[in-house]
Write a protein that binds this ligand. Structure first.
Ligand SMILES: [Zn+2]
Length: 156
């Protein structure tokens, strides 16, 4: 049994580590990318079992598993990059569920909102502000013409 150094100076048995090859599901982390859909990918599943002994305990409970951690990674690091955008992909053992669209709204609808366009008026207040701005611009043009006329009259 391999030993590791424990806090306080002693040595304790290392946690049990079990690695298996699995076929998982890979997807791009960017929901806007075409690679967001899951595709099968080869991965390595690592289970780390922390025993009472590996946590510094002793006695008859030393081999009892206290808790486990599960890790999953790509078998081949070349599979990490998204083939569509190049960003890192994620791998999972679970196929993403597809729920029925009972609301009538698309499931990725929030990602499909149009880009911000400042010329678009959404509310009555936006429309009123735009009309007020147009009126002010018109008055400014009239005022400039008046000032030009008066300046020309003074110079005569
Ligand atoms: Zn991508």
């Amino acid at each position: 049994m391999p030993l590791i150094f424990a806090p306080g100076g002693g040595q304790t048995p290392a946690p049990n580590t079990i690695e298996t090859n699995v076929t998982g599901w890979a997807h791009c982390g960017d929901a806007r990318c075409p690679g967001y859909g899951q595709k099968p990918a080869e991965g390595i599943r690592t289970i780390v079992e922390h025993t009472i002994g590996s946590r510094g305990g002793d006695g008859i409970f030393v081999n009892i598993v206290e808790n486990t951690n599960e890790y999953l990674r790509f078998s081949d690091s070349a599979d990490i990059a998204c083939p569509d955008c190049g960003k890192d992909r994620e791998i999972s053992l679970q196929e993403r569920p597809v729920y029925p669209v009972i609301t009538g709204f698309p499931q990725l609808g929030l990602l499909q909102t149009p880009q911000f366009d400042p010329s678009v008026r959404n509310t009555k207040a936006d429309e009123d502000a735009a009309l007020a701005q147009a009126e002010q611009n018109k008055r400014m043009v009239e005022l400039e013409a008046t000032v030009a006329r008066l300046t020309a009259a003074l110079e005569d």
